[in-house]
Ligand binder design. Structure first.
Ligand code: PGA
Length: 261
């Protein structure tokens, strides 16, 4: 058995699509449960390749199953510094294109860190971002991907569980991994604003998704090594309600018998 008292739950799916459908089902049930109480559901959202199939499935359910986002408030994990919202590689642009423009969420209920401005402005805005999450009642359900550096959000190593929303330098491996979206590595912004590991750990429930063999090593490290700043995702072992949804390739290096399904 895993030695951690709150062992992360792990589900290994045959493929990414089945994991995405599972994640969408959890998200839908949390939204509908809150709606039945006349309350808002607060979702923490991620960008990158990983959550795309989840967003496609949510859009499909909105169009065909009557899933409404009118009672949803969202907070995204991160944003590149120096990219305005209308930049095609900004995470605001990504979220509008992949999700927000296709569902019935109120624009004023969507929050993404602001990557523009000076260091002093970032410091003020980062505190306000944390305050806005608290004012919304905290994040009910956080969706996460994981970078090959072990980052969640853009919390590159080293990052501990006390870190809050702030401006960070991106790791060289992350710059290389994200160069595909920018055409060239030199064009990838060097800094980003990200929720902290501590901010993420305060979510009431977390779903981490990881797909493909490129993620197999980091998934094994994050789940099986003692939590440490060198692998920020490893702190998720200390979260009481974190479920890892991986495909067979990303789960290939796990000792599966160590985890509850
Ligand atoms: P990806 O990024 O989904 O594009 O692989 C994940 C991450 O960096 O968190």
């Amino acid at each position: 058995m895993n030695s951690h008292s709150s062992a992360p739950h792990l589900r290994i799916f045959p493929d990414e699509q089945q994991a995405a459908v599972f994640a969408a089902t959890v998200i839908e049930s949390r939204i509908r449960a809150r709606a039945a109480e006349g309350k808002f559901a607060v979702l923490g959202l991620a960008t990158g390749q990983t959550p795309l199939a989840v967003y496609r499935e949510l859009v499909r359910r909105h169009r065909t199953n009557g899933l409404s986002f009118q009672n949803v408030i969202t907070f995204n994990l991160d944003e590149y510094c120096g990219l305005p919202p209308e930049h095609p590689q900004s995470y605001r642009f990504f979220m509008e294109r992949e999700l927000f423009s296709q569902i019935d969420i109120a624009p004023e209920h969507t929050h993404i860190p602001d990557g523009m401005g000076t260091a002093a402005e970032h410091a003020v805005r980062c505190r306000k971002y944390e305050a806005a999450i608290r004012a919304a009642g905290g994040i009910d359900l956080q969706i996460l991907g994981i970078g090959r550096t072990g980052h969640i959000g853009f919390n590159e190593p080293p990052a501990g569980p006390e870190t809050r929303t702030r401006c960070v330098e991106l790791n060289a491996l992350t710059l290389a991994d994200n160069a595909r979206f920018f055409g060239a590595e030199e064009s990838v912004p060097r800094q980003a604003v990200t929720m902290g590991v501590g901010t993420i750990l305060e979510a009431k429930e977390i779903l981490l998704l990881a797909f493909g063999e490129k993620k197999a090593d980091v998934v094994a490290r994050a789940l099986q090594e003692t939590p440490a700043e060198e692998c920020p995702a490893s702190w998720l072992q200390q979260h009481p309600r974190c479920t890892w949804l991986v495909d067979a390739a990303a789960g290939a290096k796990l000792a599966e018998e160590n985890f509850s399904q």
